[in-house]
Design a protein around this ligand. Structure first.
Ligand code: SF4
Length: 244
């Protein structure tokens, strides 16, 4: 592993240590179990950091994601907190719009993400002070200006972004160096991994985010609402026309 890579690892670890020391049990890592998640969990567990790992089981995840969750639990001796959507809310949405509503319009795709991801995430963040994300600057234009530490302007919940400067190759150098469990969909040219129905493999030269909601073909729209908007906005408490 070269010096640049070692420096990135050290910087990421320092940020995680800083977050863990500051927030204790009020810090959580919501993980989607792509390559970033594999690296982050290994950084957390290898260094004995007190950061709990949770994931959102939307009900539409690929089997490969369940497999890597199980592999991670066995490797590190941890239990991942699996958070599911409210069943009444899912039933009502599907009853009204159908099981594949996300194909009908951007608004309905965002509604699906709101019910299956945003609301459960908000529920799981209650009582927390901060969360860790696996976002990286090179993932999209919208992520180029992110800062390592950000604060939600409404709820003051702090986001830590330890992998901002990691490249895709950095992630894989780390995964191979430490033989880290990873999502096998990556072997089939999936870069960004989410729900099975909304994720695809990409071809050479395509942007990483082209593997998600590709039918919308809009870089700005290609966020699920977990990170684009403040928590108050995603919770639907603001009726400012920006609702997801
Ligand atoms: S990624 Fe697709 S299936 Fe998953 S919550 Fe969003 S719209 Fe629904």
């Amino acid at each position: 592993m070269d010096v640049t890579m070692s420096n990135k690892m050290e910087a990421s670890l320092q940020l995680l240590q800083q977050a863990a020391a500051k927030h204790g049990d009020a810090l959580v890592y919501p993980c989607s179990f792509g390559a970033e998640g594999s690296v982050m969990i290994d950084l957390i567990c290898r260094n004995g950091l007190n950061i709990s790992v949770m994931t959102l089981d939307t009900g539409r995840l690929p089997q490969a994601t369940y497999e890597v969750i199980e592999a991670v639990e066995k490797r590190y001796g941890i239990r991942v907190q699996v958070v599911v959507p409210d069943s009444d809310e899912v039933e009502s949405m599907v009853q009204t719009h159908g099981v594949n509503l996300f194909r009908q319009s951007v608004a309905l795709r965002k509604r699906c993400c709101e019910v299956r991801k945003v609301h459960p995430l908000m529920r799981s963040l209650q009582g927390k002070q901060a969360w860790v994300t696996g976002r990286r600057r090179e993932q999209s234009r919208g992520r180029a200006d992110l800062k390592p530490v950000e604060t939600d302007p409404v709820y003051k919940l702090i986001k830590y972004n330890p992998l901002l400067d990691w490249s895709w190759d950095d992630l894989w150098a780390y995964i191979r160096e430490y033989d880290v469990p990873y999502n096998k969909l990556h072997d089939a040219h999936y870069l960004s991994i989410g729900c099975e129905c909304c994720t695809r493999a990409i071809t050479v030269g395509e942007d990483e985010r082209a593997g998600r909601w590709w039918w919308e073909n809009d870089d700005v729209a290609a966020e699920c609402g977990l990170h684009v908007m403040s928590l108050k906005e995603v919770s639907g408490e603001i009726e400012d026309g920006e609702g997801i």
